[in-house]
Design a binder for this molecule. Sequence first.
Ligand code: ZN
Ligand code: FE
Length: 255
Amino acid sequence: MTAQTHLFRCRQDNFGVLVHDPATGATAAIDAPEAGPVEAALKETGWKLTDILVTHHHGDHTGGIAELKERHKCKVTAPRSETAKIPAVDVQIGDNDTVKVGNLSARCIETPGHTLGQINYFFAADKLLFAGDTLFSVGCGRVIEGKPEVMWESLLKLRALPDDTKLYCGHEYTAANIKFAKTIEPDNSALADREKEVLAQLAAGQPTIPSLLGDEKRNNVFLRADMPAIAAAVGLVGKPAAEVFTEIRARKNKF
Ligand code: ZN
Ligand code: FE
């Protein structure tokens, strides 16, 4: 049986998501921005919380952990190098480790940049990617702890996943990301298509994720820094992709 997911909004602009294994009843929350909305999602689905898989230590991803663990006695899995900053960790994981949620299995992909220890959870059998604040739809996370060239390498790890991978990210930033991406690629038709789709989704009160990784490869400028046209658009013809990425990220910070 395949994984089931339940996506919901929380805090200002965070996404929460539950991943459920119907065979065993196991259910993981990917991050726990705050306890209330996770509880509401559990009530709505009737699922019982067994796990919390933490992507990184920021408070808007960990704020609900202590309360949820207290109530559900669930197991908290988190990046090894960030456990000092994350409450109540039971299992420490690193790059390439495997995490089980019931019979479901996720590979841990470490992507330093936004934070140094950030972990993405990739459920290969169901092609579900939970990318926290590394890769957003049509955007990427701010490079807070790493260097931009390290973040670029991290994004390449995610770009290597199959096109039909469903991307779940930590925030509803898609519309703003599209506005910025258009300043670099005003003529990208895949980006224009995505803008139409996103405006319709938001107008209907729907989330803009999950998106397909294959679409992100065509419309997300941060995954396209090694394309000659992108280098040209930012005045860096012939320069290394990491340098182009660094320039794009710097422009987004000021946008
Ligand atoms: Zn963050
Ligand atoms: Fe965040």
